[in-house]
Unconditional design. Structure first.
Length: 137
């Protein structure tokens, strides 16, 4: 093996090792909310280290919301892995796109046949927006 590939392989191994030792925290999931009412548009990334990025700004996530998010992540994973995209209801106010480590899902507040986890992600998104990011919705 020439020096170039060995150096690249060593760099990859070093980066992988550092990721497990105080490196960047794993993202639990990201949510993008859009809608037809003022203040509907919002984006957040929830991390396992107890932080959330709200519209690009990193903030501390209260422990009770972090616990909810951790449980929710495992509940969302099967739908995200299956790339679930529920159709909107007749007059949606909010539409959600959720990205997890395993995939992506989407739904609206009026999508028929939503699993409980979708209602919970809508609630968590509103709680984070209001309590943590200090937004009206």
């Amino acid at each position: 093996m020439s020096r170039g590939p060995r150096l690249l392989a060593g760099s990859v191994l070093l980066a992988a090792g550092l990721a497990g030792c105080g490196g960047v925290s794993a993202d639990l999931f990201a949510v993008t909310r859009s809608g037809t009412v003022p203040g509907a548009n919002f984006a957040m990334i929830v991390r396992d280290d107890g932080t959330v990025t709200c519209d690009g700004r990193r903030r501390a996530l209260p422990p009770e919301l972090l616990i909810k998010a951790r449980g929710l992540q495992s509940d969302l994973e099967p739908s995200a892995t299956a790339a679930t995209a529920l159709p909107s209801g007749p007059r949606p106010v909010f539409t959600y796109v959720v990205v997890t480590p395993g995939g992506r899902l989407s739904f609206s507040d009026e999508s028929p046949h939503q699993p409980a986890a979708f209602y919970q992600v809508a609630l968590l998104t509103t709680q984070v927006a209001r309590q943590v990011c200090r937004l009206p919705r």
